[in-house]
Design a binder for this molecule. Sequence first.
Ligand code: ADP
Ligand code: MG
Length: 290
Amino acid sequence: LDLRSEDLILLRELGAGNGGTVSQVKHVTTQTIMAKKIIHMEAKPQIRKQILRELTILHDCNSKYIVSFYGAFLTEEDRDIAICMEYMDVGSLEAIYKKTGPIPPPILGKITLAVLEGLNYLYGSHKIIHRDIKPSNILVNSKGQIKICDFGVSGQVINSIADTFVGTSHYMSPERIQGATYTVRSDVWSFGITLIELAIGRFPFPPDGSKLTVLELLQHIVNEAPPTLPPGEFSDDFDDLTKQCLSKDVNQRPTLQELLKHPYVVAAQKSNVDVEAWTRSVRRMSATTN
Ligand code: ADP
Ligand code: MG
């Protein structure tokens, strides 16, 4: 598929985040609905071309747990990069829980399975570390599929974005904050924070919900105990899995392989919870609040 800017018509804006804006578009020649992400970056033409080359690896990332990639191109003025991907019509878990409240525990199991399988695919098949696991990068569609997006494929994108923004994320692991290089286990930490956030319906740092400056938050992550689930509200298996993901010592933290064998994940695999039915209830609830 040769994507050209002039073949895409804008349907609506979907959201904006760190370094990008996302809109829903229609590719007129194939009638495909897509999500188009524009990444603005102050980079030399040489670098931008290299980024485009690096992004072509996305064509090889094919998994039912990964948002598919249609293509990328430089925008008219050549200043931005557009990435076209599968449109996920129920939206991100962040948008969902902010409208509907905490995610029901049986759905959390399927989310855990999808994210771990997605991360395991990226690393196992492509040696890609995600680097930005958080509720807004886990997307859902009305077929009941759960997929991850926005992973760090391109070393150049990572560098350019890091140059443009202070690359701090609330989901960053203690070792990353202290300057260690990224490993898959840093994604495991970010996923632990994400799971607790989805389960309780708010970002779990700090425990009392007070507002911290970015610096205070980073100090808190490094110096204080990791967040925990409220006692007695969740299953022991879920409690154990999140505790393991949030081991502050990176060497104590489980690998993806180990997590995929955790009793919580094994049970989630077998569970026949109807995710599609849940997405219908999500859509009804968002329709009444919009
Ligand atoms: P962030 O992930 O930090 O929120 P992004 O620029 O990556 O910022 O995305 C902005 C918003 O656009 C997301 O929060 C999500 O709700 C929406 N979005 C991104 N990609 C898609 C997609 N493929 N399908 C549907 N919605 C999307
Ligand atoms: Mg995102």
